[in-house]
Design a protein around this ligand. Structure first.
Ligand code: UD1
Length: 434
């Protein structure tokens, strides 16, 4: 299967053991990416601590370099010097690798008044339009010329106004905030996304000297400032990575200790986990999770914008429910093509029926290891969970998707007591991807 993709690497997991161990949660991918976009708003230096060293961040760094910025890593700290930024063009080869490249539209417009970008890529989880981004930016005074592959954006001066989003899109909210920071006057974003990553972006922008109120609520006000200054910021831990390991505990049983867990950002998932029979104990700076031998089903759950159950957690939850006692119904309301792992889970013995946007999962006592393929980031992580809870050995190809968002899932799962190896062609054993 891996050969189809021209890649021969795969993860091998020997399942069937309860979790036992502790892991430190990496910095948040979905916070780091827009924060890196924000770094170019100021012709100076930004220092980002606890920045995850994942493929998507490396891609973003390549884009920043393409724009003329200098960057460097010192351990978990990434610095960006945008004083030498001298381009507003983001090439196709970079933009198409990552959805979040679109947020550079707002920051390039704020800094240079123009941007030229290829349409963004990202995981294939359904239609991912950018109409809300463009309509909002138009209201701030931006005009667009769209070619077949590229979008050109221009503005004389961004002027603050009231923008109402018809859906609380995370990316559109970020783009509008980034464009409004250096705009003239006040901008109100009504119907804004409330995800913790919006708070993170605004926290960094505020550290740079931006004036923002209401972040984390549906109404955000940005008062434009003349200029920003150098800033240093510590990125919050990744709530989806933490959630993935919580679901691993639900699926495999045993006990795991999560260090640097972003408890405030994940406590919305706790009622679902408790319903599944998972126990959670909070100690200062630590979250302890204890999973049952076989978890209980979740009769009805749907994904929703924050503070609802995150769409990024839907596949990890589905993987954990495959062995639950009883029937679960899981409805996806954000991205329509997010049931790509159903086929792979079925190959492992899961009983899942898909009825439009709802997956009906009838828990089975045992999953069996086999060869499966990751087709997108969170689905890939979910396959690791299923593999860890299955009897026998599972080989997962399509690892490149998983590495987009998990700094070192091999190291982390090993620390949690899971038997996992990474095979690369020509390399005996098991490396850890750099
Ligand atoms: C971000 C996250 C992603 C998460 C998602 C929802 C990053 C890099 N990615 O993605 O991990 O799954 O939020 O929490 O932060 N939509 C439109 N028009 C638009 C924009 C969006 O119709 O202009 C629709 C989308 O098709 C989708 C929904 O809105 O159905 C959610 O999209 P959005 O919140 O924008 O997600 P992203 O920012 O792409």
């Amino acid at each position: 299967m891996a050969q189809e993709e021209g890649r021969l690497d795969y993860l091998e997991i020997e399942g069937g053991r309860p979790l036992s161990g502790q892991v430190c949660i990496q910095g948040s991918k979905n916070a780091a990416l827009p924060i890196l976009s924000a770094a170019i708003l100021h012709g100076g230096r930004s220092v980002l601590h606890h920045c995850p060293r994942i493929r998507d961040v490396e891609e973003m760094v390549k884009i920043l370099k393409e724009l003329g910025c200098r960057t460097g890593w010192e351990g978990e700290t990434l610095w960006v010097d945008a004083s030498s930024l001298d381009s507003f063009v983001i090439s196709k080869k970079h933009a198409e690798k990552m959805r979040c490249s679109i947020t550079l539209l707002g920051s390039l417009l704020g800094r240079l008044g123009q941007a030229c970008i290829s349409y963004p890529g990202g995981c294939v989880i359904g239609e991912r339009p950018i109409d809300l981004h463009l309509e909002g930016l138009r209201q701030l005074g931006v005009s667009f010329r769209s070619g077949e592959e590229q979008l050109e954006a221009r503005c004389k001066k961004l002027i603050g106004t009231r923008v109402t989003l018809g859906f609380p899109s995370v990316g559109a909210t970020e783009n509008l905030i980034l464009a409004a920071v250096l705009a003239r006057g006040n901008t109100w974003i009504l119907g804004a996304a409330q995800e913790p990553e919006i708070l993170e972006l605004c926290g960094f922008l505020t550290a740079m000297g931006a004036k923002i109120s209401g972040a984390g609520s549906p109404t955000i006000r940005i008062t434009g400032v003349e200029k920003l200054h150098d800033a240093e910021y510590t990125i919050a831990s990744d709530r989806i990575v933490a959630g993935t390991y919580l679901m691993a505990a639900a699926a495999c049983g045993g006990e795991a200790v999560l260090l640097k867990a972003p408890v405030k950002h994940i406590q919305g998932m706790f009622p679902v986990l408790r319903q599944m029979g998972v126990e959670l104990f909070r100690e200062p700076g630590v979250l302890v999770v204890r999973g049952p031998e076989r978890c209980r089903s979740v009769p009805q759950i749907h994904t929703a914008p924050y503070p609802g159950f995150p769409t990024d957690m839907q596949s990890p939850l589905m993987a954990a429910l495959c062995r639950a006692q009883g029937v679960s119904r899981l409805t996806e309301t954000i991205f329509e093509a997010r049931f790509k792992i159903v086929e792979e889970l079925r190959a492992m013995g899961a009983q899942i029926q898909v009825e439009e946007h709802t997956a009906v999962i009838t828990g089975t006592t045992e999953l069996a290891g086999c060869c499966v393929k990751a087709r997108e980031l969170r689905g890939g992580a979910a396959l690791c969970i299923a593999a860890a809870s299955a009897q026998g050995v599972t080989r997962i190809c399509g690892c490149e998707y998983i590495f987009r968002g998990y700094e070192n899932i091999i190291r982390d799962l090993k620390k949690l007591g899971i038997v996992i190896k990474y095979h690369q062609p020509g390399i005996e054993g098991l490396g850890v991807p750099s």
